[in-house]
Write a protein that binds this ligand. Structure first.
Ligand code: FAD
Length: 398
């Protein structure tokens, strides 16, 4: 059953969030999304300087890390309150703030980190001083991550790391990496992995950016040659890193922010199409009108999927195949919307040049090319289908 209604306290919290967004509107007066540029690198690029007051306002509410417990500097929001926050932020066109540090590493350290690790890293994550990247995937280990081969050999109080990661988002800008590395090659594959952290400036770390088909370089290959990492930088027990990494799955992931965001951007696409003379004529084609109608239905369905996850989480249940259904449907829907965007702008969208700021027309090409990754990142659609088939429908493994 899906529960759509706010409880009285959730309704009160929603009003607080809406009021906050209204009161801080002037701090985002340029209409851009400050959440998208939040992070230490953006600060040094100067981009974040426009939004410092906005960030301070968020810090004053502890909403930089809404999901962290209060004693660790977060807001300690329940999964339902986090969903309310994400929903209202998305309606206002403001994406979630914080990168891998606040979203992934912080919650992991809070549960598995030593007191020293918490004292060293949590305040710096909250202050946005350090940018983190996530070194999990390898050339031979993506969907089957537990097959990773990067080795960390124990040498006294240090590990010596050798190997390679790939698709590491933001590694070219990151200050630190958290990663999974094989510490016992003889153990069953899930049981010989440890979770390590180290600065990207360590000797032996080489980052090579990869160019995507959008023309941008957002992710990288990272090579390790005899990189020395203190044992004190291991999170959790040796060879139990797989389970440390798995901790992250329990945090709020209803996707409500992106469902609301998709709804909003679809409406904006329609508004834009009606307003632009050349594009408006496309609306006379029944194929385009039908496509808009179908995508609006998609967006409504994606919202329902998110509310279902919120309902499960509010009942203290951990979504399983239901999360896979949401991820798969939403990412494939994004690709369908990107196709519609291309159709509306026609051949003009092909004037896209990755060296220039995209225009209303050429952003369609950028979105179309970028959306290809949606069904790969965070677990491919094929893997989600396998989960739905086996765990959801009880079908045998192929
Ligand atoms: C935009 C983007 C950002 C990323 N950022 C990061 C990052 O910051 N850090 C990081 O560590 N990784 C990152 N990744 C990597 C991502 O996690 C992997 O790409 C993903 O897990 C898939 O792994 P793979 O690329 O090795 O493909 P593979 O696992 O080799 O899969 C290749 C194809 O085979 C299919 N396939 C694989 N196994 C099965 C199966 N059992 N049944 C059916 N089909 C199967 C897959 O669906 C896919 O179509 C990122 C990826 C993208 C696209």
């Amino acid at each position: 059953m899906v529960d759509f209604k706010d409880s009285p306290s959730e309704a009160e919290f929603r009003s607080e969030v809406v009021m906050f967004l209204e009161e801080t509107k002037s701090l985002r007066a340029d209409g851009k999304d400050p959440g998208a540029s939040f992070g230490p690198k953006s600060v040094s690029d100067g981009k974040m300087s426009d939004y410092e007051e906005w960030r301070d306002a968020l810090v004053s509410k502890s909403w930089v890390a809404p999901h962290w417990p209060v004693e660790s500097g977060g807001a300690g929001l329940s999964s339902r309150e986090q969903s309310v926050l994400n929903e209202e932020f998305a309606k206002a066109g403001v994406s979630n703030i914080g990168g891998f540090g606040t979203m992934m590493l912080g919650p992991t350290l809070i549960i598995h980190g030593t007191d020293e690790q918490k004292t060293e890293h949590l305040p710096r994550i909250m202050a946005g001083e350090i940018a983190w990247c996530q070194g999990w995937s390898e050339p031979g280990a993506g969907s089957d991550l537990a097959s990773l081969q990067t080795r960390a050999m124990r040498d006294g109080d240090e590990y010596v790391v050798n190997g390679q990661k790939i698709w590491t988002s933001g590694a070219h800008q990151a200050d630190w990496m958290y990663m999974l590395s094989r510490t016992d090659p003889d153990a069953p594959k899930h049981r010989g992995i440890s979770f390590l952290m180290f600065p990207m400036t360590n000797d032996g770390v080489t980052v090579r950016p990869l160019t995507q088909m959008t023309g941008h370089s957002d992710f990288n290959e990272v090579f390790f040659e005899d990189v020395r990492v203190p044992v004190a930088n291991r999170v959790g027990e040796e060879n139990r890193g797989w389970y440390v990494g798995a901790t992250l799955m329990d945090f709020e992931r209803s996707g409500i922010g992106s469902s609301v965001g998709t709804h909003k951007s679809l409406r904006e696409l329609l508004k834009r199409t009606k307003a632009l003379p050349r594009e408006r004529s496309q609306l006379e084609q029944s194929a385009v009108r039908s496509a808009f109608a179908e995508r609006v239905i998609d967006a409504e369905v994606a919202l329902l999927f998110s509310y279902r996850l919120i309902t499960l989480q509010a009942a203290d249940l951990v979504p399983n195949y239901e999360a896979s259904m949401t991820k798969m449907f939403s990412s494939e829907m994004n690709q369908r919307i990107a196709q519609l965007n291309m159709k509306v702008h026609g051949l003009y969208s092909a004037l896209y040049d990755s060296n220039e700021e995209p225009s209303t027309t050429t952003q369609a090409s950028y979105r179309y090319l970028r959306s290809a990754a949606n069904t790969i990142e965070g677990g491919s659609s094929e893997i989600q289908r396998n989960i739905i088939a086996t765990r959801g429908l009880g079908l045998p493994r192929g």
